[in-house]
Design a protein around this ligand. Structure first.
Ligand code: ZN
Length: 259
């Protein structure tokens, strides 16, 4: 696929910066998974806002108070995630990692699509839907044992040991980020000399602060996102584009320029 003229310079510039970097971190958000059919539940058009307020239903307190309400709210999203496949943006980042141009992905997404695309160094700072943990005995369970019955029939996952509710290992509102993963994410931002923000509007703290840590230590910053972010003014390059188009073009350019 050829690159539209207006983007050519931006794509080439991004590729030059990537080729010139030794330690690159990609920070990805909901925008990288919307082309795979997974709605961003913070956007009003996703439909998930219509019946419930996500801040109320998807908070730790709400889960404790009424897990069934939470699971009913989560079900359409879980169905979308369960049936989704990686798109060209996920695959492009996996290619970059494979070729040695990308060292770490930090993702706000809980869908596991980076790993499905072949990425290995993925830090899921908001957790993952791939596993659940019992709220009473803390036994961890693989989501594959429950997902079909939950998505298709609404069966709420319960612990096989103590039959209590299982909580998906995702970070709910009011909950701390997984400590070890978050520490690794912060360390990788200190080490990197390039950060690529892809498909995140950087509105959710504390993850939104990571690019600032990187550039304060002299790292370059590339932002590929449909909308404005707070840190655009400090970026070396901003591409307001669909990541599923822009990333494959950039990857093609990076790899074609290899010696
Ligand atoms: Zn249990």
């Amino acid at each position: 696929m050829s690159v539209p003229e207006q983007f050519k310079r931006g794509i080439q510039c991004a590729a030059d910066i990537i080729r010139g970097s030794r330690n690159t971190v990609a920070l990805t958000g909901a925008g990288i998974s919307t082309p795979s059919g997974i709605p961003d539940f913070r956007t009003p058009t996703s439909g998930l806002w219509e019946k419930y307020d996500a801040f109320e239903v998807a908070s730790l307190n709400a889960f404790r108070y009424n897990p069934e309400n939470f699971f009913n709210w989560m079900r359409p999203l879980a169905r979308d995630i369960h049936t989704a496949s990686p798109n060209p943006a996920h695959r492009g980042l996996a290619q970059l990692e494979e070729a040695g141009y990308l060292q770490t992905i930090i993702t706000q997404n809980i869908d596991g699509l980076h790993q499905q695309a072949g990425s290995r160094m993925v830090l899921e700072v908001h957790g993952s839907l791939q596993s659940l943990t019992c709220v009473r005995c803390y036994q961890q369970h693989n989501a594959s044992n429950f997902i079909d019955a939950y998505v298709e029939q609404g069966v709420i996952p319960r612990c096989s040991k103590c039959s209590n509710y299982l909580k998906p290992d995702v970070v709910l509102y009011g909950e701390q980020l997984p400590a070890r993963t978050w520490l690794k994410a912060q360390e990788s931002c200190k080490r990197c000399d390039l950060m690529i923000v892809a498909g995140s509007s950087l509105e959710v703290l504390p993850v939104a602060g990571l690019p600032m840590r990187a550039i304060d230590r002299g790292a370059h910053l590339i932002i590929i996102n449909q909308s404005h972010t707070y840190i655009d003014v400090r970026a070396d390059l901003v591409l307001n584009a669909d990541v599923a188009l822009a990333i494959p073009w950039i990857v093609q350019e990076v790899l074609s320029g290899r010696p």
